[in-house]
Write a protein that binds this ligand. Structure first.
Ligand SMILES: [Cu+2]
Length: 181
């Protein structure tokens, strides 16, 4: 996962994102560029039938493609991803600082990310003590239902992103990062 970005969700569908915490350095991309980036982040067939969100000139996220497979794809500031329904609920909980859903969620991030604090879910950049980690091609398993599974994986503050590890260990939003290369 990556930096603070926020969104509002209804029970199962994305309604709108807010732009206030959108990383400043991330240039807006047009819809065609976004699709090219997302093609590197998830399997083609997942993306083809997914809801795709992009940020408009109004600073809000809009669906540029309506999906039918329950997946949502987007690029919140250098972290292109496709997330299933459970994962989108988890993202909403993280953003609203609510309890993680008692569910499992799955996220493709096959293009990798620009880095994140491994200990502060709300960090917006690297600091000397926030255990910044940059992970290459990976997938993520999220949601409170994955808690017991995560006990079997490294959960140090300083992560080694070349192997599976727990990101944000000890927080309600700890999740499993699984490199795919
Ligand atoms: Cu990730």
């Amino acid at each position: 996962m990556k930096r603070a970005w926020s969104l509002l969700l209804t029970t199962s569908s994305v309604v709108a994102f807010t732009s206030t915490t959108y990383p400043q350095q991330h240039a807006m991309v047009d819809d065609k560029q976004l699709m090219a980036i997302l093609r590197e982040a998830a399997p083609a067939h997942v993306l083809e039938h997914a809801t795709v969100m992009n940020m408009g000139a109004d600073g809000k996220m809009h669906a540029i493609q309506q999906g039918t497979n329950g997946w949502t794809c987007m690029d919140p500031g250098g972290a292109p991803m496709c997330a299933d329904v459970g994962a989108m609920e988890w993202v909403a909980a993280w953003q609203s600082k609510g309890p993680a859903p008692q569910k499992l969620g799955f996220i493709y991030m096959l293009k990798g990310d620009n880095g994140a604090s491994n200990t502060d879910p709300y960090a917006t950049g690297e600091t000397p003590d926030n255990n910044w980690v940059k992970t290459g091609s990976h997938v993520m398993i999220v949601g409170a239902e994955a808690k017991s599974m995560m006990q079997a994986y490294p959960r140090e503050a300083k992560a080694d992103p070349s192997r599976p590890y727990v990101m944000w260990p000890g927080t309600p939003y700890e999740h499993l990062m699984l490199p795919t290369k």
